[in-house]
Design a protein around this ligand. Structure first.
Ligand code: EPZ
Length: 436
């Protein structure tokens, strides 16, 4: 893994950002693909190392831009982060800074995960408010309200979250809606609070369960993960952690749809069907043939799928992170489907780009009506956010002639070597380096 030591925005990284991916569609994908570690499990676990003073080890970390960014944030806070292939060693013994600056947080919202650990371990934190993202506002009110419940003094100053505490105290926290980020942040903070914290209506995502297990390996006392109520008995200190990142269920879902949309036959290794929630049921209802093994999934594409309505929901529902990819698939199904995103109501930046490829999609509020077409035809399109970009790659795999996807840095945030993995499966795909 090549984490940019300085991590600054050099000419090189800027040029990389302007790379494009060129796909000539029409090839069926065949073969085996290994699913990488989960980005959304790795990022909070990296932040959790701040709760201890020692050398934590994290295995099966994916080689992604967001992981490099989180490593950079940890270095700014005084940690030493040593990448070695897909293993990270994070030494937090020299950590004494508590500020995560705007120029980093604006590039990755998940930087806000350092808030809970900093306030719990150092008694203070100054973290830039994450801006919005490609598809709209991403509030953090649940995070701030929860920290206040735990006894921290939290205020917003010049675009920064400023939090101070003389020592957190356990509390009862009830979430209006399940939030992955707020559940992670507050669970981390509660591990060092005095007394017991009870969190209700928490996120049930596998990444939360994985984080709780990593924290318990550090000496935390967390129960209920994977259920709507998580309890945390505070302890006085935590030891350095050691653990393996779970497979990335969204990367897996993306490759399953790649197999279906190209009519191919894929074996996904190192993935767990139990993490896929409602994803597989939805695709089987649309006519997909999917066989799940202990740690592998086989998908056989065969002709057009049925158009089936889908509504996203927190785990174990159909994940919002797969909404764009599913829309690409439904663009070529055999009827009309209605796709509703109940988690992020405006997550449709992929729609205008899919339309450029010939898709017939109308958006109204948080609902998209997809009328399947016979074929898509290649064109230059613009990546905008991580999962929208994945949807454009999927569409490009099957669109006639050539599709060019610009600004691939969005894809590199969450997909490890996507063009390498797809080329090995038979796709006619290449990354074209931007002129320096
Ligand atoms: C996490 O984001 C993921 N990111 C997102 O994946 C994912 O889309 C999202 O969970 C939903 O599954 C990471 O894990 C790094 P939320 P997060 O808090 O934590 C509202 C990707 O592509 N909300 O679960 O930011 C919020 O607006 C990324 O990998 C508040 O109102 O999402 C949304 O409607 C994109 N106030 C709902 O809760 C808050 O303080 C769920 O959001 C927090 C959230």
């Amino acid at each position: 893994m090549e984490l940019s030591r300085s991590g600054t925005d050099t000419t090189e990284t800027r040029a990389l950002g302007m790379d494009k991916i060129v796909i000539r569609g029409g090839n069926k994908l065949e073969g085996m693909v290994r699913i990488s570690g989960s980005k959304n499990a790795a990022l909070p676990i990296m932040a959790a190392t701040l709760l201890s003073s020692g050398e934590s080890i994290i295995e099966n970390v994916p080689d992604l831009k967001d992981v490099s960014t989180m490593a950079h944030v940890l270095r700014i806070l005084g940690a030493q982060v040593r990448p070695e292939d897909n293993r990270l060693t994070i030494d937090t013994r020299a950590c004494r800074y508590w500020e995560a600056p705007y120029e980093l947080v604006r590039t990755m919202r998940a930087s806000v995960y350092v808030l809970g650990p900093l306030i719990a371990r150092l008694g203070r934190a100054r973290v830039s408010l994450p801006g919005g993202c490609a598809w709209g506002p991403r509030p953090v009110d649940f995070h701030l309200r929860g920290l206040t419940r735990l006894g921290a003094d939290v205020r917003i100053e010049h675009g920064y979250i400023v939090a101070e505490s003389q020592g957190l105290r356990g509390a009862e926290i009830v979430f209006e809606v399940p939030s992955v980020g707020a559940t992670a942040n507050l669970m981390m903070a509660a591990t060092l609070a005095k007394g017991k914290t009870v969190m209700r209506n928490v996120a049930l995502e596998p990444e939360i369960t994985a984080l709780a297990e990593y924290l318990n390996g550090m000496g935390a006392r967390i129960t209920g993960q994977g259920s709507p109520v998580i309890e945390v008995e505070g302890v006085s200190e935590l030891r350095a952690g050691k653990g393996v990142v779970i497979p990335d269920r969204i990367e897996a879902g993306t490759y399953i749809i790649a197999g279906l949309v190209t009519g191919g036959h894929l074996h996904l290794e190192n993935c767990s069907a139990s993490h896929m929630g409602g994803m597989i049921d939805q695709l089987v209802e649309a006519g997909a043939t999917i066989r799940a093994g202990e740690s592998s999934i086989e998908v056989q594409g065969s002709g057009r799928l049925r158009s089936v309505d889908m509504t996203t929901a927190p785990f174990p529902g159909f994940p919002t992170d797969m909404q764009a990819q599913y829309m690409a698939l439904m663009s070529l199904a055999s009827g009309t489907s209605v796709i509703t995103d109940e988690v992020f109501h405006d997550r449709f930046t992929h729609v205008p780009e899919l339309r450029r490829l010939g898709a017939d999609i109308e958006v109204e509020g948080n609902r998209a009506t997809v009328r399947a077409v016979d074929h898509l035809s290649g064109a230059p399109v613009m990546a905008s956010d991580l999962r929208a970009s994945a949807a454009l790659v999927l569409a490009g795999l099957v669109a006639e002639r050539q599709t060019e996807i610009l600004r691939v840095y969005h894809i590199d945030r969450g997909y490890e070597r996507i063009e390498v993995k797809l080329r090995l499966l038979g796709a006619d795909i290449e990354r074209v380096r931007a002129e320096m």
